[in-house]
Design a protein around this ligand. Sequence first.
Ligand code: URA
Length: 490
Amino acid sequence: MQTVFLNGRGDFDEWRDAARVLLLSEVEPERIDWRIAGEGADLAGFAETPLPVPPPGRKAVAVPPAFLELAESIVCHSDPARFSLLYRLLWRIREDRALLQVVSDPDVIAARKLEKSVRRDSHKMKAFVRFKEVTSDDPTGRRRSFISWFEPDHFIVARMAPFFRRRFFDMDWVIATPKGSAAWDGESLTVSDLPAEKPTATDATDDLWRIYYANIFNPARLKVKAMTAEMPKKYWKNLPEAALIPDLIATAEAKVIEMAARAASQPPAFHARLQERMAEERADPAPPPEGLEALRHAASRCTLCPLHCHATQTVFGEGSVTAKAMIVGEQPGDQEDLAGRPFVGPAGKLFDGVLSEIGLDRSSLYVTNAVKHFKYEPRGKRRIHQKPNQSEIEQCRWWLKQEVELVQPKLIVAMGATAYFALTGEKERLTDIRGKIFSMTEGRRLFVTVHPSFLLRLPDERRKASELSRFREEMAVVRQLAETGCPDYP
Ligand code: URA
């Protein structure tokens, strides 16, 4: 039996040097006893066997880079069995270079598990190292000095040190851990694998962490299991903000109730004053802005109706200013409100899918909405879409009219009854007008179809499929009309 002692503190080279000699000497994995020096094993009667001398002329086998990468990570793991596992993999990889791709292989599974654990530990170190300022011995007084204490599961300090140098390049720091330490002084990065002592420093940043954490904590999104998976309890003792967690959890429910009560409020009082001001402006309107961009900018400040008070932003139309066809929907939904672009949420995805099926390029169209602000009712964490009322549609019509004037499309497509009402001022049942072409002023045509959200809401799968195929056919008509400029419809 060959007994090999390693320090086993995350140093890849010491394992690699031993493994290389053993492999060249054809020592089988089962004949090697890998041990950690200084953990009692060497004192308990296990003597290190000198490494064999490989037969002369034998060449080392090149190993795949993926193995080296895996080995460099796994060597940092604290499991004493990692060295024998790595050697076994190395031995087998000589015969099967694709071994690491065999995801069902027990050695590969075990290695990936160790690798994952090192990755997770490294991620936690990035997230949970907390620096505290200490007196600087920089004679110029320009550099500040910090110290931190972290307790990793594995020997990752040397591996992570370059990350901290990049991130905290302009300060002097020491990261001390029971599994080694790293220090940066602006010129050199020093790493030691000796266990460090826990420092006792505290400073005002502890309070800052607590203030920060208390402010980003959202009681309405509290999921204790997910939170403790992300921030496991074993790290809490070194995180100043962790002391707040039990109380934040205990009071979360009451805070959510209080928040919900506050959310269900009336439009803010300033709205009445804005309405008054807008009414005066309407009596003496400014000339419409010139050009789509100017119009978009003006619309971003629109306060014509109460919807602007709660929506995130105005969702203006977008697309080609020379588009032959303009598509008009109802109003932006939750995702459009956040993105500031029309038809990017579920209805937009359905719409885009149909366009690509019929070969109509969305960028050749101008896509907009009858109403430019999202209207919703808050329900818990969700914002439930509400239809715009007649007054909101009428107020917003001014913008739609300006868009039509600027784009001068030959064809307008009303998707749904709201769009039809905004464009014509007439209330019709969609079933009576769907699929029809109407004449508008300036030789423009109006084609009516359903709104994609209608298709998304249909509960019956068969009906949904048949309505979708009808919508597809109608959009194919739109494509044809847009391409020909509607010549057959006098
Ligand atoms: N529904 C609409 O009418 N418009 C959008 O932009 C999104 C969903």
